[in-house]
Design a protein around this ligand. Sequence first.
Ligand SMILES: C[S@@+](CC[C@H](N)C(=O)[O-])C[C@H]1O[C@@H](n2cnc3c(N)ncnc32)[C@H](O)[C@@H]1O
Length: 306
Amino acid sequence: MIQDFQGTAYLAPEGFLKELSSELSELTSIQETHDRLILTPSPPQKAVWAQNTWLNPVLISFESISDAAKALRSIQGTWVLTPTQLHRRAALIQEKLPKIKFKPISFPSALPETPLGSWTLLEKNLILASPSCSSPFPNGEIHFKENKTDPPSRAYLKLWEALCLSQKFPKKGELCLDFGSSPGSWSWALHELGANVVSVDRAALEPKIQKLPRIEFLKKDAFKISPEEIGPLDWFCSDIICYPERLLELVHQWLDAKLCQNFICTLKFQGETDHHVVNEFKKIPHSNVQHLFHNKHELTWSRLQP
Ligand SMILES: C[S@@+](CC[C@H](N)C(=O)[O-])C[C@H]1O[C@@H](n2cnc3c(N)ncnc32)[C@H](O)[C@@H]1O
């Protein structure tokens, strides 16, 4: 039997259940938590710590493994299991569903268009399943074909993810400012797209990155560079390690200068998450705050030209 579930399910990123729970407790009430999946009784809301949001869940009560798979197939063809408990039984149901092969994607890429449902076993004979979810990637996990030779670290993956999710990419000849750029993988990623990069850090860039033709490296304190010194630019990027309040002040300084349209910045937390500063970033008009799959204890704030 299939019936509507009055509410929404949110999947926390691995290791960040506490952050998502406390965010959701401010927005609504929490009904149940199954491993990293939090169920609430309210319609979907934007939760920055959710890796995937199940937008229209249903409850399926079933007798046998075959019945369960049949019921899921009757709703749609493509389902991803979110394992929470009863792992063996859930795997047996998933085996009876059409197989989908998820391959790492190249960068840049368009977003997948196939609707992807998510499901889990809540009890031995009860499934929670959502035919539509906020993320077009299985359990919100975006895997790229990585470049293991050129960039000096894997930090470029979060920039790739932010750009890929927004489907906005720096273009050939555009000017990007990269604050907190050492050892240089964001600068490398921007340069790969054909952009000109002003790369700023107090620490040195990896020499092979500094030698790239369209990278200008400034060994400086980013907080001491004024927008007027740089002039008009297309992209403001920051991956600086600093207190989020300091980043907030910096971002306001650059927004107020009105010399740039596109911003992508990492907010990094040491110890407890500073929910107050997250709310301040959320208040910036036309912007988005999100925990990306490639973020650690950090969030990505972006404000992109429409
Ligand atoms: C996480 S690393 C950046 C990694 C970089 N995005 C990459 O892809 O290779 C953070 C950087 O912030 C830099 N940083 C911290 N405070 C800074 C400041 N006031 N001005 C410039 N850079 C700063 C650090 O030196 C460090 O290299």
